[in-house]
Ligand binder design. Structure first.
Ligand SMILES: [Zn+2]
Length: 162
């Protein structure tokens, strides 16, 4: 489905030298963008929002004009298995969902022209965290995001090995 969405956005956007992309979910869509365009999460040309929305935008990096394609819930109603999956209603038969996606192609999407609002640049000065001694963006405050408890994803098992 992501492949159909990127293909559709590319067709509507037309030829464009420098394209950037935004995916509005962490699942699936970023891969479709990375397979079909030069935009990757790592090179910074692909932004990823954790909104859980099946939508993406491709845009001209210089003019900031773009096309946003999204899975249209009204249109998906015509495909009962796909609708059941999309609405997370459970009891989904994956094979039927895939058949409906292949049959529908672009019919289940809608699109809109968008103007991209760029986020502020994140490259500021760096501080050393007084708790862990590691460098982090100074804009986070004195402590790094982990030591301040904002975002803690690991527990240290064996201390510091150098
Ligand atoms: Zn720290």
């Amino acid at each position: 489905m992501g492949i159909f969405m990127v293909d559709m956005a590319q067709d509507i956007l037309g030829p464009c030298e420098l394209v950037d992309a935004v995916a509005e979910t962490k699942l699936c869509l970023p891969d479709a963008v990375q397979i079909m365009t030069p935009c990757s999460y790592g090179n910074g040309w692909l932004g990823v929002k954790d909104w859980g929305k099946f939508a993406l935008a491709l845009y001209d990096k210089e003019k900031l004009d773009g096309v946003r394609v999204y899975l249209d819930a009204e249109k998906v109603k015509n495909y009962p298995h796909l609708y059941q999956w999309f609405m997370r209603q459970g009891g989904v038969e994956t094979g039927e969902v895939i058949l409906e996606i292949m049959k529908a192609e672009r019919v289940i999407f809608s699109w809109q022209k968008v103007r991209i609002k760029l986020p502020p640049k994140e490259k500021g000065p760096v501080s050393i965290c007084p708790s862990c001694g590691e460098a982090h963006p100074a804009s986070d405050g004195k402590l790094c995001p982990r030591c301040s408890g904002q975002d803690d994803y690991y527990q240290v098992i064996n201390g510091r090995i150098t």
